[in-house]
Design a protein around this ligand. Structure first.
Ligand code: C2E
Ligand code: MG
Ligand code: MG
Ligand code: MG
Length: 275
């Protein structure tokens, strides 16, 4: 039965038709070979200063282009990569590729101030994250201060030795940002002890900022929190002029979102943002 459904799913790729189990197994098998088959690539989304429109950084976002499925969303394959352990390989590749791209931009005369790279909680569990980042920085020659690592609150709260690793990364000279801030659970007391420089307000709060009084209140609270803790605050998922104006009005001058740019290929970034 599973086999018949699997064959069906082969022709009509859709999780609802193949059933979760079969779908997962097939994706897993494909995912495992994605790097050797050169199917992964990175897009880069600009981070800008709202009042000047100046480029302050880019976030690297991984993309999987499967020959049959087409583009598979990271929302789908990152959790799978995390469950299977493939994330450590993938995460290393993303880090290395992002650093190499920064060096290429620098060589091409585009001074991208910094690159943000997402780290999964699983990348902290093996205890090698500091050594890995150090090795990649040395191999690519990227200055550590050009790299910002994005972790979620769960990394800070759930990793046994989070403090040690976060401090180790900080000692390398790389920056740290808390991604999707406000959606997880983090203790402010804990946060205060971490050498973090940036809070990223989650897109879910920005989306309905003008319709939902709670979201508005949360966004303002995060901006205030960042201010009082001397952290920089960047809003994710800014899609409209009104959202940008709101943020500026409330003291947040950094944003990332479709209003400024979608995640793009490296050459598009070069074309559009080169002074
Ligand atoms: P994230 O790190 O919070 O990244 C922001 C996501 O929001 C990206 O989705 C981006 O394309 C999307 N986005 C940016 N601006 C807007 C906007 O104005 N409107 C809307 N609707 N969306 C916007 P993406 O690229 O699909 O990535 C989803 C998530 O997958 C990321 O969330 C991150 O958690 C994870 N991810 C992506 N690349 C990597 C990676 O290399 N490693 C790890 N561990 N996770 C990654
Ligand atoms: Mg991120
Ligand atoms: Mg986010
Ligand atoms: Mg996320």
């Amino acid at each position: 039965q599973a086999k018949a459904r699997g064959r069906n799913g082969y022709r009509f790729y859709s999780p609802s038709m193949t059933g979760e189990g079969v779908e997962r197994l097939r994706l897993e098998a494909w995912l495992r070979r994605s790097l050797e088959k050169d199917e992964m690539f990175l897009n880069y989304q600009p981070q800008v200063e709202i009042d000047t429109g100046r480029l302050v950084g880019v976030e690297a976002l991984v993309r999987w282009n499967h020959p049959e499925l087409g583009l598979v969303s990271p929302a789908r394959f990152i959790p799978l990569a995390e469950d299977t352990g493939f994330i450590s390989q993938l995460g290393e590749w993303v880090l290395a590729e992002a650093c190499r791209q920064m060096v290429r931009w620098q060589a091409a005369g585009l001074a991208v101030p910094k690159i943000a790279v997402n780290l999964s909680v699983r990348q902290f569990e093996r205890g090698t994250i500091v050594a890995t980042v150090d090795r990649i920085l040395r191999a690519t020659g990227l200055e550590p201060r050009r790299l910002q690592l994005e972790v979620t609150e769960s990394v800070i709260m759930n990793t046994g030795d989070a403090r040690t690793y976060i401090n180790g990364l900080h000692d390398l000279g790389v920056g740290l940002a808390i991604d999707d801030f406000g959606t997880g659970y983090s203790s402010l007391a804990y946060l205060k002890q971490m050498p973090v420089q940036t809070l990223k307000i989650d897109r879910s709060f920005i989306q309905d900022i003008h319709q939902d009084a709670n979201d508005e209140a949360i966004a303002i609270a995060i901006i205030q929190l960042g201010k009082s803790m001397n952290l920089s605050v960047i809003a994710e998922g800014v899609e409209t002029d009104e959202q940008a104006a709101f943020l500026l009005r409330h003291g947040c001058n950094l944003a990332q979102g479709y209003f400024y740019s979608r995640p793009v290929m490296p050459d598009d970034l070069l074309r559009r943002w080169l002074p």
